[in-house]
Write a protein that binds this ligand. Sequence first.
Ligand code: GLU
Length: 309
Amino acid sequence: MPGPTQALIDELHLKYAGLREGSAATYIPELAKASTEHFGIVVAGVDGSLIAAGDTEVLFSLQSTSKPLTYGLVLEDFGREFVLSKVGVEPTGEAFNSIVELEKHTHRPYNPMINSGAIAVSSLIRGASAEARLQRVLGLFEGYAGRPLAYDKKIFESEKNTAHRNRSIAHLLRHFSVIGDDIDDSLDLYFQQCSILANTRDLALIAATLAGGGINPRTGKRAVQEKYVGDILSLMFTCGMYDSSGEWAYSVGIPAKSGVSGAIFGVVPGKLGIAVFSPPIDEKGHSLRGMAVFKELSQRLNLSIFRHL
Ligand code: GLU
């Protein structure tokens, strides 16, 4: 596999900066304020090397790119069997916020990458109080990114005050006893994790940590047990891009997760973490520049996990 070079990343940045489709997410009012010009690409090696182009220091909220990480945390807290009894591992082919998200007989959410599954995961996070649970989540993200991250209160409030759909999903989860009575606390923690601020470099290091089996390549510290990295990556691969996951597996071929703030991160196991941030998204919630960069990068560097056999 040829390695990524600064010249290649600069070339892709220049090429796709000209892509002018899509617009920033508006259903969370605070996200609508994002600049459609912002565009950053960072490729991080498992050896700690970094190649960056564009607005890589601009902060954005992680939104759904946070979901694979909290899933890993509850796997560590409770083990596979228990977590599987609460949240399934099947792709839905439905949108991220679909309310037709519970399996017919078990009433589990289909998977932890869609909102119903992620809210169920947040409800499981251990801690003596809401504040203790939040601190655990922030500590988790610090482990992956290699520096402390904070959540944005304005984005949190903005989502909380308008989250009628996620609230209805949470009540459905309560109805089927997937979550307990602490519906508001579970939702708050979910909105807080979604509003954690990071930049493209942080997100690439999060990706590289997963690529390296759970160890942050810069700090050398473990963020998640190695035995759960495969669980996280397989779910990112089958469900991380929502109802574009099949198309993504076919054309890009690496586990990835997108967020409606315009972030996408992808993991080339054993080799690279890749992050792209640019707010204009398509109707499925994926950054248009992000998808274009991933597609071309995958083809030029032969990154698909099925192509280096
Ligand atoms: N906080 C967002 C929501 O629950 C995340 C969606 C996304 O990034 O896909 O609607």
